[in-house]
Design a protein around this ligand. Sequence first.
Ligand code: IMP
Length: 205
Amino acid sequence: MNLNSLGKETLIFATQNKHKLEEVNHLLNDFFNVIGLHDAGFGDDIPEDEPTLEGNARFKARYIYNKLHKNVFADDTGLEIEALNGEPGVISARYAGEGKNPEDNIQLVLKKLHGVENRRAQFRTVICLIFNHQEFLFEGVVKGTLLTEKNGISGFGYDPIFKPDGYEDTFAQMPMELKNKISHRGLAMQKLIAFFANMLALPGI
Ligand code: IMP
């Protein structure tokens, strides 16, 4: 298949998060019309019960692909704390309980790391793409340090306590454009975009 001859195809992003969808649509606008689960006709969240980020990203992409047989991608992200053996990882959203309260999650991390010297952590995003019946995985990682108290009010989730390596600010103190450029999700997305850019450059795919 030659993508150039197809014009703008639809690509499904298996998310209900409008903010993420908008961000991704902006990035992939040259290649695709990216639609979310809502516009693809799915009102419900897809279960995220797998034990790994890869597993969850795969499950979500396959779930939609098996129903619609359309090109689709899904992502999953976790905060992996070295001193806690990679916790909270795949349960980052619900670390302090099913209420998925970001403030409670932050307080739990701070409590668990109280008095702990090693404050190294990373955010990791895995994207699973199913494109032309083939499956591809892309990973983005940003390493940093967890502070002992919150700093900044931008962003979401664990941003106020995460300071990426090479910067003085936490993610919650940075302009969104900078965070998006250097973040786990940003890096994984850049790999996805490079993948599509390469395909377009190769005639006859
Ligand atoms: P998701 O897979 O993108 O929904 O992310 C799962 C959870 O990881 C979120 O609910 C947040 O707690 C955390 N998380 C993901 N991305 C970020 C980020 O960029 N900053 C802070 N926390 C994040």
